[in-house]
Design a protein around this ligand. Structure first.
Ligand code: PRP
Length: 183
């Protein structure tokens, strides 16, 4: 039995995530056809979505992986708006087709920062896939090509996203704290 915080409930079960990830992977495969693609999971939160997504991609000329790490300074459940780069790519992105893979878009500040960084390396194209979209909290406009699920303004964790105490990234379902537990 998985230990989860009291008051937490499953918001999106693993089976539903799997179904949606397969759908998105199909769309991405169709849109890149026989080009080659550099997939960049945004760490830490994007690791599980990216792992499930890339294993389903069937891009003709192949997929390579780079990794970018970003962390927003702030309280545990909401970002302060300051983004810190914790890991950068190791090969040039110039002239490449790049796909950023992220777990959640909240204020949009992290993705806006990372997209700007990637675009400064002059890729042939840049598109973004995000599993969860918390639209109500958006502070900056960000272009996203694929969204898994729109979710309400609740503290969510599991499937890559950290919960209370930095735990629960390993869980296969996406959980939400009861609204009164939000700190
Ligand atoms: C979380 C999440 C996104 C970002 C979204 O990352 O993984 O990257 O916040 O929030 P925003 O749209 O308001 O910028 P966090 O900084 O917690 O780092 P992590 O991925 O290592 O958990």
């Amino acid at each position: 039995m998985e230990l989860i915080p009291p008051g937490a409930e499953i918001l999106i079960p693993a089976a539903e995530i799997e179904r949606r990830v397969a759908e998105i992977a199909g769309e991405i495969t169709a849109s890149y056809e026989d080009r080659s693609l550099v997939v960049i999971p945004l760490l830490k939160g994007g690791f599980m979505f990216a792992a499930d997504l890339v294993r389903r991609l069937r891009i003709g000329s192949g997929v390579t992986l780079e990794f970018v790490g970003a962390s927003s300074y702030g309280e545990e459940t909401s970002s302060s708006g300051e983004v810190r780069l914790t890991l950068d790519t190791s090969t040039p992105l110039a002239g490449r087709d790049v796909l950023l893979v992220e777990d959640i878009i909240d204020t949009g500040l992290t993705l806006a920062y990372i997209q700007k960084l990637v675009l400064s390396r002059v890729p042939a194209s840049l598109r973004t896939a995000v599993l969860l979209d918390k639209k109500a909290r958006r502070r900056v406009d960000v272009e996203v090509s694929w969204v898994g699920f729109e979710i309400p303004d609740r503290f969510v964790f599991g499937y890559g996203l950290d919960g209370p105490g930095g735990l629960y990234r390993n869980l296969g379902d996406i959980f939400a704290l009861a609204p009164e537990d939000r700190r």
